[in-house]
Design a protein. Structure first.
Length: 188
């Protein structure tokens, strides 16, 4: 009827193929688990960076300009705080871009021509740590280290963009009043 000697050999071959399939499946499962862990880590890092780009913003509370004797603005001051939900913001690592009708200037807030002053803060390290911290940043427009080639005149507009190290940007358009006659300072 049945020959038993051939049957045992078929059983051992099947067992070997089965063990090989189990090993391949185990290796594949290990690779999938490892890949899933790596993807999870990357997703968490991307999420944190995205959150910082959205929330680590600087808010410009006010902007004022200094009027010179020839009725132009030679410097302007920005009062800065951090946005709601923002982490610590290091002003020395914050970049700026100033755009006028004929000039573009960019740099980092810790450069010549830009002065960072503390208005209301418990620290002196140019890091906005608390929502109540107030810093004043002064941009000298012309002269030694000036950020622009010329002073601003009545009716001019300036767009300033502040970008934190995390990549969150704040854009503000400043408009010079049409008349600067008999003024020493103006709100922009």
């Amino acid at each position: 009827m049945f020959e038993t000697s051939n049957r045992g050999q078929v059983g051992i071959g099947t067992l070997i193929v089965f063990i090989a399939m189990v090993l391949v499946a185990a290796i594949a499962a290990g690779v999938l688990i490892n890949t899933a862990g790596l993807l999870q880590t990357q997703a968490e890092a991307t999420g944190e960076e995205t959150q910082e780009q959205v929330s680590d913003r600087i808010e410009i509370q006010s902007a004022t300009g200094n009027v010179t004797g020839d009725e132009t603005i030679d410097r302007f001051n920005l009062t800065l705080t951090k946005g709601a939900g923002a982490g610590d913001i290091k002003l020395n690592d914050t970049s700026y871009e100033i755009v006028t009708s004929d000039t573009v200037s960019s740099g980092v807030l810790n450069r010549s021509g830009v002065t960072i002053g503390i208005i209301d803060s418990a620290t002196t390290d140019n890091v906005i740590t608390e929502r109540g911290d107030r810093y004043e940043v002064q941009f000298n427009l012309t002269g030694t280290g000036g950020v622009l080639d010329s002073n601003l005149e009545g009716g001019d507009s300036v767009t300033i963009t502040l970008t934190t190290a995390a990549g969150a940007s704040t854009v503000k358009e400043l408009r010079v009043p049409d008349s600067l006659v008999d003024r020493s300072a103006v709100k922009l």
